[in-house]
Design a protein around this ligand. Structure first.
Ligand code: SF4
Length: 702
């Protein structure tokens, strides 16, 4: 970027899945300030505490500035040669399944596209998975089974024209704050009713009409019960079901077996019958209902089924495809959706295509790929276990910190310690994972890199550079491209700009796509560089010759092969792990003012003041029974590790449960790395998403 003259650049926030537009103002002296972009459809000028502190995080502290091999600074050529040689040698000796990439929802779509193409198309393995596996994989499965595609049906506008918004396992006030602001503004204007379904009394409850503080992990019972109740009380939209949905009777039979009446639901969920009955009646009486769900649903060993239990209710009542209606998954990361679009998950190929023979042949032909992977690769938990077992011998980790964030993080560390080749590309110099790397590659960070991201309502936005890169940092897509060329794939990796990658991605999305595949941005495949630079936010799909579609399924046509929604029979399961006497269920999650492992938000004193140290929330009765005092220290012990945290007594935390934030790492204090406390045994069998919210743990005074 030019320097000297004052200028403003439109970009997007790098934090949560709301995907707010940000205007970065660069003064003549280089000082940066930010404000919300009033022209961006996600936030219309708003920013939350994290977004408004972005300028404070643009400091040189802690950046990885130069390539390194075994801790020694080297030039780019030497580092790239070494990565290519180590991966090529490993593949030559042990085959393509002996290498892997572990990538991130922090990457831009163009970065993701290049990494996925290299691994699946040219190395010939599908061993590329993303930290979105920990975030949204269950929604992907639920969407594909129910809707026929991983496509969020609605748009943020639906929050503002709904009459009832049900928040399930979603602390929207902390984790998607601007969306929550939009919801509260709509409530002030038109009296939107809000129901919170969450074991914790989060800040969302302050503005809610009803809080169903159900027992952890019983959401599927509640929604199975709702499905049966709606049908029993004459609220089926018979016309919609007959014309557009399959599987209603099977889904209802399973729901009735699981949750036949309000009394059973109340007992299994730990709620009062009157609360359950009132919620069911309100849902039935309200035409415009949006059911919002997030990590409380997804991060579960039955996350996929719970998503389908929610979808079933909307299908039965025809509450989908219209303004103010529908199930709505809010994603955790800024580009979790973009990664899903290009195939960042090990079980997707590219452009929402999977591994059917037809799809493999089609993508292989488009890429002119000589040895395209023809079957899914290892999902995150299995990938790190394969590293531990020695079957995966070289791994490249991009823009994520699995030594902290993966379940059984201690095991992940041990696996990386024994791995023959660990490459880490990151913008941060000292991360827990980077400490275990043989080769470290400096990547551009927010404000320096160019590309696109997709937010929770399918809006694709540009993230634009407005500062020079730190040190020798380079774009992730450039690093991947350089390695690919050195591995002998120069013809397939000619890229000199992010725009070239975007055009190819758009062309692949439309390639032999007659409308049967949801993800299609073919209208943009001929976009020139100036058009890419000026690209305004838009929702996908945007097919050639058509307008972008903000809301899907209004015509009752779904992306299943026969065009009909699929209702799934769901049976709620018990807790995935036994609960020993005296143990509590440990829940983990985000704080309002921190992001992931705090490499960026930790640079802002203002943000760090919100909760300055690891804090264990526990109900006063549970604390008293264990001799824990407010403000004292607690030792939290599980089968995989232990942690130290400050105690906060609060009846917002349900009895029998505790909550620990996930952000702290060895960089800050080695005493509370939450990933060490969660085992990797309880995993959704369909999505591969670990259960991060119901870990049995004992607690005692330190
Ligand atoms: Fe950034 Fe999310 Fe806050 Fe918007 S709501 S400013 S995307 S962190």
């Amino acid at each position: 970027p030019a320097s000297g003259a004052e200028r403003e650049v439109r970009t997007t926030c790098p934090y949560c899945g709301v995907g707010c537009g940000v205007v970065a103002r660069v003064a003549a002296d280089g000082a940066v300030s930010v404000r919300g972009d009033s022209g961006h459809p996600a936030n219309r000028g708003r920013l939350c505490s994290k977004g408004s502190a972005l300028a404070e995080t643009l400091v040189p502290d802690g950046r990885l500035l130069h390539p390194e091999i075994d801790g020694q600074r080297v030039g780019w050529d030497e580092a790239l040669d070494a990565v290519a040689r180590r991966f090529s040698d490993t593949i030559a000796t042990h085959g393509p399944e002996s290498v892997a990439f572990y990538v991130s929802g922090q990457l831009l779509t163009e970065d993701y596209y290049a990494a996925n193409k290299l691994m699946k198309g040219f190395i010939g393995s599908a061993n590329i998975d993303t930290n979105s596996r920990l975030c949204m994989a269950s929604s992907v499965v639920g969407h594909k089974r129910g809707l026929g595609a991983d496509a969020v049906p609605g748009a943020y506008e639906d929050f503002e024209c709904a009459d009832l918004v049900v928040l399930v396992g979603s602390n929207l006030a902390w984790c998607h704050p601007v969306l929550n602001q939009r919801l509260l503004a709509a409530r002030a204007e038109r009296g939107t009713r809000i129901v919170v379904v969450d074991p914790r009394r989060t800040d969302c409850v302050d503005a809610a009409d009803r809080h169903l503080a159900l027992q952890a992990g019983t959401d599927a019972v509640l929604f199975n019960g709702l499905l049966a109740w709606l049908d029993d009380h004459g609220h089926r939209d018979a016309g919609f079901v007959a014309a557009h949905a399959d599987g209603a009777e099977e889904a209802l039979a399973a729901a009735r077996a699981d949750a036949p009446d309000v009394a059973t639901v109340a007992r299994r969920c730990g709620l009062a019958e009157a609360e359950v009955a009132a919620f069911y009646a309100e849902f039935a009486a309200t035409g415009r209902v949006v059911t919002v769900y997030s990590q409380g649903v997804n991060q579960s060993s039955q996350g996929s089924d719970t998503v389908n239990a929610i979808l079933n209710v909307h299908f039965l009542t025809g509450r989908i495809g219209h303004p103010g209606c529908g199930p709505f998954s809010v994603t955790g990361q800024p580009n979790a959706m973009g990664g899903r679009e290009v195939g960042g998950l090990a079980n997707q190929l590219a452009a929402h295509m999977g591994f059917t023979a037809e799809e493999v042949e089609r993508v292989g032909r488009f890429w002119k790929a000589p040895c395209i992977a023809d079957r899914p690769g290892l999902k995150a938990v299995d990938l790190f276990r394969a590293i531990e077992a020695g079957t995966v011998k070289a791994v490249w980790i991009m823009a994520t910190n699995p030594a902290v964030s993966m379940p059984d993080a201690g095991r992940v560390r041990r696996a990386l310690e024994r791995c023959e080749t660990v490459v880490v590309s990151d913008c941060i110099g000292d991360t827990d994972t980077g400490r275990l790397a043989h080769i470290r590659l400096p990547a551009l960070g927010w404000s320096e890199k160019d590309g696109t991201v997709t937010n929770s309502d399918r809006t694709i936005s540009r993230q634009r550079a407005f500062r020079d890169g730190a040190g020798e940092a380079r774009a992730d897509w450039w690093i991947v491209t350089q390695v690919a060329r050195r591995m002998g794939f120069a013809d397939a990796f000619p890229y000199e700009s992010a725009a070239e990658l975007f055009r190819e991605h758009a062309a692949l999305s439309a390639f032999e796509n007659d409308g049967a595949r949801a993800f299609d941005i073919g209208a943009l495949q001929g976009l020139d560089d100036a058009g890419y630079e000026a690209l305004a936010p838009f929702p996908w799909p945007w097919r050639a010759g058509e307008e972008p579609k903000m809301r899907l399924f209004g015509d009752g046509r779904f992306f299943t092969g026969h065009g009909r929604a699929q209702m799934l029979p769901v049976t709620a399961k018990p807790l995935p792990r036994s609960l020993p006497d005296g143990a509590l269920l440990l829940n983990t999650g985000r704080l309002r003012d921190q992001w992931h492992t705090m490499t960026r938000t930790g640079l802002s004193p203002r943000l760090s003041a919100h909760v300055p140290e690891p804090r264990l929330d526990i109900h006063p009765a549970d604390a008293a029974a264990r001799g824990l005092a407010d403000g004292g220290f607690a030792r939290i012990v599980t089968g995989t590790g232990e942690a130290l945290a400050r105690v906060r007594l609060t009846d917002a935390q349900g009895a029998g449960t505790m909550f620990l934030p996930m952000h702290w790492t060895d960089r800050f204090t080695g005493a509370c790395v939450v990933g060490r406390l969660i085992d990797d045994e309880a995993v959704d069998p369909l999505s591969g998403q670990p259960d991060l919210k119901r870990m049995p743990a004992t607690v005692q005074p330190w």
